[in-house]
Design a protein around this ligand. Sequence first.
Ligand code: ADP
Length: 334
Amino acid sequence: ERVVAPGADDLERAAEAALRPRRLDEFVGQRVVRDQLSLVLDAAVGRGATPDHVLLSGPPGLGKTTLAMIIAAELATSLRVTSGPAIQHAGDLAAVLSSLEEGEVLFIDEIHRLARPAEELLYVAMEDFRVDVVVGKGAGASAIPLSLPPFTVVGATTRAGLLPAPLRDRFGFTGHLDFYSDDELERVLVRSAGLLGVELGADAASEIASRSRGTPRIANRLLRRVRDWAQVRGDGRLDIAAARAALEVYEVDALGLDRLDRAVLRALCTRFGGGPVGLTTLAVTVGEEPETVETVAEPFLVREGLMGRTPRGRVATPAAWAHLGLTPPPLPGQ
Ligand code: ADP
């Protein structure tokens, strides 16, 4: 797996658990969302009521799961966790909903991937605190309404635009998480180093932050790799030399590009004169599936202003040529 991948598997999530901020005031950055959320939560606590349902949107690794846990902690209640893909049938969701206790928080990750029947059941439950339990089969089946105690849904999605309006409208509060600044990532790293009990130099923190693609998950992962390097090949201290050496081993460059990102850019510049070239041709050239290039490498290259997408294909920007240390061909007529 790529060291700069924004997602995480279960094993990594277990390693991340120790680094998660537990309270809102430990959560670094995202000032606007944090402020708004603290109002929503404090007001609910003050009234002794459950807050509105909360929708969190934004790319992977920016803290949606962490915020869901924090919401439950701030409300002094427990968190129940499920996800869109984990709910195969509406009945699975009905079972989860009917087991909720008063005031609990139900976190639904990847909520945009809920199947339609589950989605419909969910928005009735969110609005009326009711599920219709179907008993029997076929013509003899009937629905028995079951009322639920008040609870709060926290939905997380990477694509708020994919949520159907009726579901989106059931959320009283929506927070959008943005990529973090290098300063904010440095604060995440300093905090994590403290929790891991390692000594992290200020310049090392800044070096790791600037290669972490605006994503706390990647920052924490790179920190663990630098820690490995310092332990095995260094003197245990996470200084700038250890940071640079470790990131070189993992082929993460100054902008946070990895080998695949650079291969794509290099092919675009050296094989196709900077484009435009079609996605499939570009992918074949670097020996990858078009989907891999499109979903894994391209979003960050486009975000960093290194690659453009045009109707005629992918193009390299002047910044891409500069990053690779290459000279772009002269423009026609020059
Ligand atoms: P998401 O659910 O959006 O994919 P997570 O909440 O799982 O992201 O966060 C990934 C990792 O990054 C976690 O280990 C978490 O501790 C860390 N993290 C995310 N946001 C922050 C933050 N604002 N401050 C400190 N650590 C954070």
